[in-house]
Design a protein around this ligand. Structure first.
Ligand SMILES: Cc1cc2nc3c(=O)[nH]c(=O)nc-3n(C[C@H](O)[C@H](O)[C@H](O)COP(=O)(O)OP(=O)(O)OC[C@H]3O[C@@H](n4cnc5c(N)ncnc54)[C@H](O)[C@@H]3O)c2cc1C
Ligand SMILES: NC(=O)c1ccc[n+]([C@@H]2O[C@H](COP(=O)([O-])OP(=O)(O)OC[C@H]3O[C@@H](n4cnc5c(N)ncnc54)[C@H](O)[C@@H]3O)[C@@H](O)[C@H]2O)c1
Length: 446
């Protein structure tokens, strides 16, 4: 069979690009070796946030205890997983139907290149004019003894029961979010983080305040510590790590990979199609097109051109679809991509960090404050609340916004809108926000 476009993957990037290109009359096929839907819908954002809903109930109870709420609340893990499945289980069929209704061929199996215009999917050979590599990311190989004992994000989000002692290897997004779910479901959680602090993608002051929430629920965070082996001991594990204070050992019933993700391109046999990659990353031009094979584009986590987040996968896919259908003319623009780690409370960022703004030599007006005594925090008895805002001194434009605390995950989008569309402090201060909401604090943050 011959197609105008074959897309490797069926995640966010694949869906967005396939629909647009098929609408232009191209014969399109999508391929996946896993059930259709990709990481976000099946193994990432959405199932994770279904579990966060359970943790939110515990969190609210704990905060409001002594303020008029009493009684026992606990997570019944198998029921919470069943609740999650009520969303995830129908996804593959739904997605497959959407492709079929749009006239897009759906192929199951592992895709590997056989030559410049041939792809092998399982035992079928497929011809194409153009390819989109939207194969996502995979956990970074750690190359340590006992690596095979690690459970990945997919395994964690499917656990039939929650083990008592959980160790997370790494201290970024996944460790932060999974630890907050697991601790509220009753597990003893330890995070072993190589970096000097948790969540290095976020502002240090805000992460510092957020650590109060980690302490409150008994998550043990050990920083400046690198995991270098995992050994089996009976039915449990011992995680070996080395840090500033020397070697340490932590016993665990479950060890979770939270040490970063890299583009999933290693199994594609790229060289057979003349597709250049360097250090595990595709070599792409400004149009997200392969620098060595013009018939090949990439988007989302596989392209690793912008931050590995769902809105970026979607944005890349729109760029590639436009370039495929009308010739290369669009370049991705990652200005104002908001990002949230869904801890309880959440932490969020958009635009430049303070360090990035200083590095860029910008003239800054900066405000940074812990705001535990503001109404937004006090109403829900949450002591973790604060912000950092960065404004261009000359133009008044918002350059960056960083929030931690109640509603940070929603309010960050308003700052995102401001940054993406060049709004100024004056624009935001003269906007009326419903009161009292998280957004009604924006004026005071600027
Ligand atoms: C636990 C977790 C939580 C996350 N939470 C958030 C969040 O809250 N917000 C956010 O913005 N982002 C989040 N992310 C990141 C987000 O999920 C990704 O950025 C996004 O899903 C990437 O989409 P994609 O289309 O690029 O790739 P994917 O959705 O990963 O799709 C790639 C698909 O390609 C398939 N594939 C790979 N290789 C082959 C092959 N050789 N043959 C056939 N098929 C193949 C895979 O099976 C997969 O289905 C999270 C990620 C994880 C892991
Ligand atoms: N809410 C969200 O948007 C969300 C949630 C989950 C994942 N994601 C995406 O998925 C990507 C991967 O997430 P992640 O949490 O795995 O990676 P991450 O890059 O956020 O954090 C990984 C951390 O692991 C540490 N590390 C690496 N090797 C180690 C070792 N041997 N021992 C101890 N620590 C080690 C690193 O220092 C790093 O800080 C993220 O970059 C993010 O874009 C996003």
């Amino acid at each position: 069979m011959e197609y105008d476009l074959v897309i490797i993957g069926t995640g966010t990037a694949a869906m967005v690009c396939a629909m647009r290109v098929a609408k232009a009359g191209w014969r399109v096929a999508v391929v996946d070796e896993k059930p259709f839907g990709g990481t976000c819908a099946l193994r990432g954002c959405d199932p994770k946030k279904m579990l966060v809903a359970g943790a939110e109930a515990i969190d609210a109870k704990q905060r409001m205890t002594g303020h008029g709420v009493e009684g026992d609340v606990r997570i019944a893990w198998p029921d919470l997983i069943r609740f999650k499945r009520s969303f995830t289980d129908p996804v593959p069929d739904k997605h497959e139907r959407r492709y079929e209704e749009a006239g897009i061929a759906t192929l199951h199996g592992t895709a590997t290149f056989m030559g410049p215009n041939r792809l092998c999917v399982g035992d079928r050979e497929i011809g194409y004019r153009k390819i989109l590599i939207a194969s996502g990311a995979r956990p970074i190989p750690l190359a340590i003894p006992g690596e095979e004992y690690l459970t990945d994000n997919e395994g964690f989000l499917e656990l039939p029961s929650l083990p008592k002692r959980i160790v997370l290897v790494g201290g970024g997004y996944i460790a932060a979010e999974f630890s907050h779910i697991a601790a509220r479901a009753g597990a003893e959680v330890t995070i072993l983080q190589r970096g000097p602090r948790m969540l290095t993608q976020f502002e240090p002051e805000l992460v510092g305040w957020l650590m109060d929430a980690f302490d409150r629920i008994g998550i043990r965070v050990i920083t400046d510590t690198t995991v270098n082996a995992i050994r089996k001991r009976g039915r449990a594990y011992v995680v070996h790590a080395s840090g500033e204070g020397g070697p340490i050992e932590v016993a665990a019933d479950l060890v979770v990979h939270a040490a970063g993700r890299v583009p999933a391109i290693e199994r594609l046999d790229l060289e057979k199609a003349g597709i250049a990659a360097e250090n595990g990353k595709l070599k792409l031009n400004e149009f997200l097109q392969s620098m060595s094979n013009p018939g090949v584009y990439a988007a989302g986590d596989a392209a690793s051109n912008g931050p590995p987040l769902t809105p970026v996968s979607s944005h890349d896919a729109k760029v590639v679809a436009a370039n495929l259908v009308d010739g290369n003319h669009r370049e991705p623009d990652y200005k104002g991509v908001p990002s949230v780690a869904f801890t309880l409370p959440p932490i969020a960022r958009v635009g430049l960090t303070e360090a990035e703004a200083i590095e860029a030599g910008l003239k800054l007006r900066l405000k940074c404050e812990r705001a535990s005594d503001w109404f937004t925090a006090r109403r829900v008895a949450e002591a973790v609340y604060g912000y950092k805002t960065l404004v261009d001194e000359d133009t008044g434009r918002i350059l960056g916004a960083h929030l931690v605390g109640p509603h940070a995950d929603e309010v960050i989008n308003i700052f995102g809108l401001a940054i993406r569309h060049g709004l100024t402090v004056e624009d935001l201060k003269t906007t009326m926000f419903a009161y009292p909401t998280g957004a009604s604090d924006i004026g005071y943050m600027l």
